[in-house]
Design a protein around this ligand. Structure first.
Ligand code: XIL
Length: 351
């Protein structure tokens, strides 16, 4: 009896120990950074970097280096930041990020060269005819892309040229001064400055099959047909919690692949209506898992970048009132269920 009792206890003990070992193994696996898993898959997992915490917050920097193998600047490469006054550039922030990427074996994307927003006031308030605007654009692109030639390996050359209906934004400085061919010109200038860089058209709301993604498709198809250098389409993916990947996303990705174009998920975040419940965080994890698995499975999906990584620093609360908690680490750098889901997607893709 005593022996049996001991052996039952013993077996329970073994089970408990085995359980603990499994938990520890799971925890250890969860501790394996995203980039380690991605590297094994030859995949790129990344994030946007905000310059203030990058300079001031050691945990921010350490998490960045540990978890990701590609970065993009949240603002530092935008015209108003990098070219704030005529005839003078301000490369300090962008240089720091490029150096950090190199020191940590990461790739870096350039965001963005030509956009109607965050353009310097001296440009938008100036008066330029078509030739002068083209000269201005050429000079900016040559200077910025040329400086980082071979280091910034992909550029969002043109950002958000289309409005929500899919029409070219007529109120954009670039459209007003140059006309619709500003997109092709920007791509040509970028290609001249760095022939090896991957050149992207980046936009939001064009991920599934809808009038806007039809317009993006038509735009890049025509560019390709005209021999304009373009390599990929960026899907921003600032989505609302509850978003799920469907057949339409694969369909859209595949029609881009058929044009010979790659795809990058450039700005993923999944905003939650605050306060976030546990159920909402679990739902968010499903969305992250979904999108991670989608990009990993889609042959032409080159990389997945989130728009920031910690809820401590995110553009969402400032731009979408009542929403937040959109990223994969919480405000104290603890991994959220969304982190585990992305982690699991990376792990599963190796099996
Ligand atoms: C946002 C930044 O996150 C903010 O810090 C900034 O104030 C405004 O721009 N689409 C884009 C990004 O292409 O450049 C935007 O970034 C978010 C929407």
């Amino acid at each position: 009896m005593l022996v049996k009792a001991r052996s039952v206890t013993g077996r329970i003990g073994v089970l408990v120990l085995a359980g603990l070992a499994l938990c520890r193994a799971a925890a250890a696996a969860d501790n394996e950074p995203l980039r380690a898993l991605a590297d094994r898959d030859n995949f790129r997992i990344g994030t946007a970097v905000a310059i203030s915490p990058f300079w001031a917050d050691q945990t921010y920097r350490a998490t960045l280096a540990r978890q990701f193998n590609i970065i993009v600047a949240e603002n530092a490469f935008k015209w108003s930041q990098i070219h704030p006054v005529p005839d003078s550039y301000s490369f300090g922030k962008a240089d720091d990020l490029v150096d950090f990427a190199r020191a940590n074996g990461m790739m870096i994307r350039g965001h963005t060269l030509i956009w109607h927003n965050q353009l310097a006031d001296w440009v938008s308030s100036g008066s330029y005819d078509r030739e002068a605007a083209i000269a201005l654009m050429r000079d900016h692109i040559r200077t910025v892309v040329g400086r980082y030639e071979g280091r910034v390996t992909a550029w969002d050359v043109v950002n958000e040229a289309l409005d929500d209906s899919g029409a070219l934004r007529a109120d954009s400085f670039w459209y007003r001064t140059i006309g619709p061919d500003y997109i092709a010109l920007a791509l040509e200038f970028a290609h001249e400055a760095d022939p090896a860089a991957k050149l992207y058209y980046n936009d939001y709301g064009a991920e599934g099959m809808n009038p806007k993604s039809d317009a993006v498709y038509a735009l890049v198809r025509d560019l390709k047909a005209e021999g304009v250098p373009i390599d990929g389409v960026g899907w921003q993916m600032h989505v609302v919690n509850g978003f799920r990947i469907g057949r339409e996303h694969a369909e859209n990705a595949e029609r881009l692949a058929a044009l010979g174009l790659e795809l990058t998920i450039t700005e993923l975040d999944v905003r939650i209506r605050l306060p976030a419940t546990e159920a909402a965080l679990d739902r968010q994890a499903e969305t992250y898992g979904d999108i991670g698995a989608f990009c990993l499975a889609q042959a032409n999906c080159a990389a997945l970048l989130t728009w920031g990584f910690t809820d401590r620093y995110s553009w969402i609360p400032g731009f979408f009132a009542g929403y937040g908690d959109a990223l994969i680490f919480d405000a104290d750098y603890h991994p959220k269920p969304a982190y585990s889901a992305l982690h699991a997607a990376l792990e599963a893709s190796r099996e």
